[in-house]
Design a protein around this ligand. Structure first.
Ligand SMILES: CC(=O)N[C@H]1[C@@H](OP(=O)(O)OP(=O)(O)OC[C@H]2O[C@@H](n3ccc(=O)[nH]c3=O)[C@H](O)[C@@H]2O)O[C@H](CO)[C@@H](O)[C@@H]1O[C@H](C)C(=O)N[C@@H](C)C(=O)N[C@H](CCC(=O)O)C(=O)O
Ligand SMILES: Nc1ncnc2c1ncn2[C@@H]1O[C@H](COP(=O)(O)OP(=O)(O)OP(=O)(O)O)[C@@H](O)[C@H]1O
Length: 505
């Protein structure tokens, strides 16, 4: 494609050099540049892309886009007000705007994005719209499953992947849109029909600095994303009114809003609910009538995800029947309260919760289900935030009949030292501390244990469990590895739990 053609999608640009040159690829990293590429010099957290212009040209770049003066002999230089925004819009144009003409749902929020994307995918499937799904777990469509280094890929990668999946037959798209990506304008260039807000809790403040900036990043999905053309502005916003930030999003959204709530007045609300270890049964009131459904998803926060998906389905104009069937038949969400089959009536759940907040959230949800005892196996990563260790210890012990502290990617730290940091949060509770041998003899009173090997911990916990108990394996979720030192070993909580259940005989 000619550079001049690509420039048509930008409102402002200044070109020095030949705009008639052919652009063969787009690139934002000089280490990956190919001959004929257009190189975007981006401002980064660690470095400044303009420092790599020479390297990019050496690698074959034929033109540069930058938002600061950046002279480079022999290549065309395009100066724009915002290089990241220009990159998004030009990437969409380069890949033929893959989101044009298909329904596209963008989901943002601190929690619930992954689960909600899977539910919306299920609904789309029921109306004959096979959808591409992009998020934390992978970027996928049909048999194509591309590993996801980021929740929302960089715009050049995002548009390329969307093009690939649409060419494979995707007729819709459901995307998790992270706050980082909104701040860095990775999603401008996507034509969203529906923007959905789940919730906003404290997270990522190392990057966004304060809650207000974090909120403002999320808000961009509902207000001022730019697209290569104005052909399809946002059609509908779907907003969780129970979150304190929800009403602010609803007020400022640029499209008509569909609200949902579990506790108050909203367009979508719940008339009846029943939570159990088998799932959720509920009767949902919507502007087009009631939807009664049963889902295998567990707990209150998944009811929020269901309401969000109902909102997306209604916003797209789908029937109540398709919405019900899509949610009831949804696919397993890897590592999000994912069940491991047990024939003995023990509910074994694998969840990705690896922060204090997430762990408390999951445990509070599980506690609402009618069960016997709760056993939690968890750990904290090495070479990462040490402050959360005692906090997670205290939370796990408070909610559980048995909390088993174990390893979760110790990396280059001494695993025992990490376990000690977690244990320090439990000791003040004065609970009984079980040794491995004592645990083998049975769990007689509330307590905790410290078992360094995650495999041994899972086995000990599952041997101590009895029918009616819930056993939560927290932290790893869909991850299938354990990092010890600098080595990565295969380790999958779901496989380990299945093997441990077999040992019960
Ligand atoms: C903190 C953050 O978001 N970083 C993003 C940022 O990287 P950076 O600022 O560190 O880049 P940098 O190293 O300073 O380099 C600046 C520029 O020079 C380029 N460069 C650098 C070195 C070189 O030799 N040559 C070269 O061209 C880099 O490719 C970059 O374009 O700009 C890069 C290019 O746009 C992004 O790829 C990168 O995302 C990294 C991969 C990342 O991990 N981001 C995470 C935090 C993220 O986005 N997470 C969210 C989900 C969060 C959640 O919900 O959990 C996500 O959507 O995944
Ligand atoms: N609506 C919700 N509110 C609060 N917590 C939730 C909600 N939905 C899921 N969770 C829990 O939060 C964690 C993340 O869930 P999920 O993966 O669906 O969200 P996410 O926004 O995609 O987060 P991530 O990008 O970290 O995967 C899991 O531990 C899950 O059990």
């Amino acid at each position: 494609m000619k550079l001049a053609q690509l420039l048509e999608c930008l409102a402002a640009s200044e070109v020095s050099g030949d705009a008639g040159i052919e652009i063969k690829s787009l690139c934002y990293d000089s280490r990956k540049v190919a001959p004929g590429a257009l190189f975007f010099a981006l401002r980064g957290v660690k470095s400044d892309g303009t420092e790599f212009v020479e390297a990019a040209v050496k690698g074959g770049a034929v033109a540069i886009v930058a938002d600061r003066p950046c002279a480079c002999a022999g290549v065309t230089v395009v100066t724009v007000p915002d290089a990241r925004l220009a990159m998004s819009l030009m990437a969409a144009a380069f890949y033929g705007t893959p989101t044009r003409g298909i329904p596209v749902v963008g989901i943002t929020g601190t929690n619930g994005k992954t689960t909600t994307t899977y539910l919306v995918e299920g609904i789309m499937e029921k109306v004959g719209v096979p959808a591409a799904v992009l998020g934390t777990i992978s970027y996928r469509f049909a048999a194509t499953d591309i590993p996801a280094p980021n929740t929302t890929p960089e715009s050049v990668d995002l548009q390329r992947i969307l093009r690939e999946l649409v060419d494979l037959g995707a007729r819709g798209a459901v995307m998790e849109v992270s706050s980082h990506s909104l701040e860095q304008r990775r999603a401008d260039g996507c034509l969203f029909d529906v923007a959905l807000f789940t919730n906003l809790t404290r997270d990522h403040l190392d990057y966004h600095l304060d809650m207000e900036s974090y909120f403002n990043s999320k808000l961009r999905l509902f207000t001022d994303l730019l697209t290569p053309s104005s052909e399809k502005p946002l059609r509908r916003a779907v907003v969780n009114l129970d979150d304190p930030f929800g009403p602010r999003i609803a007020e400022q959204a640029s499209a008509p809003v569909l609200t949902y709530s579990l506790t108050g007045k909203a367009d979508i609300s719940v008339a009846e609910t029943e939570f159990s270890v088998d799932g959720i049964r509920c009767r949902i009131e919507t502007p087009v009538g009631e939807i009664s459904l049963a889902s295998e998803l567990l707990g209150r926060f998944n009811l929020y995800n269901i309401l969000a998906a109902v909102g997306a389905g209604l916003a797209l104009g789908y029937s109540k029947e398709a919405i019900r069937a899509g949610i009831e038949g949804h696919k397993r969400v890897p590592g999000r309260l994912e069940r491991v089959e047990s024939e003995e009536g023990i509910t074994v759940l694998v969840d990705y919760a690896h922060t204090g907040d997430a762990l408390e959230n999951v445990l509070a949800t599980i506690s609402e289900l009618k069960t016997d005892r709760i056993i939690t196996i968890f750990g904290c990563g090495g070479d990462r935030d040490k402050g959360k260790r005692p906090v997670m210890g205290e939370i796990a012990a408070r909610y559980s009949d048995l909390a088993v502290i174990t390893s979760d990617n110790p990396r280059t730290e001494d695993p025992q030292a990490i376990l000690e940091d977690v244990r320090a949060g439990i000791l003040p509770l004065g609970l009984r501390e079980y040794s491995l041998e004592e645990l083998a003899a049975g769990l007689h009173e509330k307590g905790f244990a410290t078992i360094e090997s995650r495999r041994a911990a899972i086995r000990a916990a599952l041997l101590a469990a009895r029918p009616g108990d819930i056993v939560l394996l927290a932290g790893k979720g869909h991850e299938d590895y354990q990092i010890v030192g600098t080595e990565k070993f295969h380790f999958d909580d779901r496989e380990e739990a299945a093997a441990a259940l077999k040992l019960r005989g």
